[in-house]
Design a protein around this ligand. Structure first.
Ligand code: GLC
Length: 480
């Protein structure tokens, strides 16, 4: 950050880095469970590119894959939990592709595998790290993510650690509810916990609620989701609280990494392409995909993709399945890349077995197949019930694969209906089918218009640079 200081009529530029600690429970490329893992990788990397001093802290799970990356033990301390001293070892490692220090917190009992005590111990440990510093470094802002960092916000306040706290909400559905006995285990007084009416009933602590209450600023991963969660429909029981805290909630859309996700440079594609030769590029990638996965080889057949977790509660895969059953599958091709709920893996697997020339189901999520899918497909479907931000529509657009998406959350903020994609309103498979038909009609009857839409989508700015600048503005505002 550059500060302009005026002394005696002269202006001096004073260069000082903001010191930010990014706390998160999953971290690509070492461990990725969902979209948050990607955010944790690319956002700090971009903030570092913009010359701020950001570091990351995460539990050192047994499952974390750091490869041959060098890691150094830099600290060791104890926190008091469950009536005894718990030893925490701190390792430092760098991201494979960026100069961002990552602190990995190790404790075999509590941090090897996420369990009911993990985020209480994580909260105490990160607070300890912030209070005393690590490698002679102390952050001035802690940027926590989701309910996993809610108790961290509370501990920082209860211990009166002089640091600002930003909480980013990637999902309201998981709230980290825990038994009240955690308060004693954490050696804290009950008065620090917001045990509101409904919680008293089931006598549970709500970690996300604590995070929201104790944070200086809260943001979600899109402005629309930031508004939606103040309603009963999307607030998952916390809408009252979110309405009370309205003034401190903002929304910032995520980005995608252009070094990774660009059809011009993507090494996994049979043929690279850009805005100027998208037709030729997509044509070749489609034929390549059809041959590779034994679909009927035909460049004009509409190819429709879906990428993501097979989670019916969020991603609306039930709608997708219902629509597929209704459609004449000899006239379309479907590519589904995702894994998740067993029921849906089985159902899409069966469709693939029954219609091998029209349906390809990659039952194991693969980053490579997903990218090849965007390069080959004409349309990507996003029938989400709710969507805090969503990455697949942005990736699709980057590859000239237009989204047909439900008008909710981040999908509204990233897609302009009829300009670079298509939105449908109701959570119904017939509405999605309507949206899809609208898209395919333009593709068939008005190819120039389709081409214009594809180029507009490919050129849209979803870079992390743009998002990171917005986060920097929030950090600066908090520090003021
Ligand atoms: C969660 C949300 C998704 C968002 C991602 C990263 O997975 O469901 O919408 O894109 O977090 O913020």
């Amino acid at each position: 950050m550059n500060l302009l200081i005026s002394i005696g009529g002269m202006t001096y530029v004073y260069n000082e880095f903001m010191r930010i600690l990014f706390a998160v429970w999953e971290l690509a490329p070492f461990l990725k469970v969902g979209g948050l893992g990607d955010v944790a990788h690319f956002l700090p990397k971009e903030i570092k590119n913009q010359e701020e001093d950001i570091r990351v802290v995460t539990p050192f799970y047994k499952a974390l894959r750091t490869g041959r990356q060098k890691r150094v033990k830099v600290d060791s301390f104890v926190v008091w939990y469950g009536g005894r001293n718990v030893k925490i070892d701190v390792y430092q490692i760098k991201f494979l592709d960026a100069d961002v220090p990552v602190y990995l917190l190790r404790n075999r009992k509590y941090l090897d595998v996420p369990g009911k005590d993990t985020f209480a111990v994580f909260g105490l440990s990160v607070a300890r790290l912030v209070q005393y510093g690590v490698e002679g470094w102390k952050p001035e802002i802690v940027h926590g993510n989701d309910h996993h960092c809610g108790l961290l916000a509370l501990v920082l306040r209860a211990w009166k650690v002089p640091v600002k706290f930003l909480l980013t909400i990637h999902s309201m559905m998981e709230q980290g509810k825990r038994g009240k006995n955690l308060i004693a285990k954490m050696n804290l007084e009950e008065r620090w916990f917001h045990l509101v009416g409904w919680e008293l009933k089931d006598r549970r602590i709500n970690s996300l609620l604590e995070g929201i209450k104790w944070a200086d600023v809260v943001n979600t991963v899109s402005p629309t989701y930031a508004r939606e969660i103040r309603s009963e429909e999307y607030g998952a029981g916390l809408d009252d609280i979110l309405r009370q805290e309205e003034s401190k909630i903002t929304g910032i859309v995520n980005g995608i990494d252009y070094g990774e996700f660009s059809p011009e440079v993507d090494k996994t594609l049979g043929q690279n392409y850009g805005v100027d030769n998208w037709e030729e590029g997509k044509y070749r990638n489609k034929l390549h995909f059809q041959r590779k996965w034994n679909l009927r080889v035909n460049s004009s057949i509409p190819m429709i993709g879906f990428g993501g977790r097979l989670a019916s509660k969020q991603k609306g895969v039930d709608l997708l399945h219902k629509m597929m059953l209704r459609m004449n599958l000899s006239k379309f091709q479907f590519v589904i890349v995702g894994q998740g709920e067993e029921e849906w893996e089985e159902k899409f697997g069966l469709l693939g077995d029954f219609y091998p020339k029209s349906v390809y189901f990659a039952g194991k999520f693969s980053d490579e197949v997903e990218r090849q899918m965007y390069a080959a497909c004409d349309v990507v479907l996003c029938p989400s019930r709710y969507e805090p931000c969503g990455l697949t529509q942005m990736k699709g657009m980057r590859y000239g694969c237009l989204p047909v998406a439900r008008a909710t959350g981040g999908l509204i903020d990233t897609i302009e209906d009829g300009v670079d994609g298509f939105l449908f309103e109701k959570l119904l498979s017939v509405d999605m089918e309507g949206g899809l038909k609208r898209a395919l009609q333009i593709r068939k009857d008005r190819p120039e218009e389709w081409g214009r839409m594809v180029r507009t989508a490919m050129k849209k700015d979803f870079s992390w640079k743009r998002s990171a600048q917005k986060y920097l503005e929030v950090y600066q505002r908090i520090l003021r």
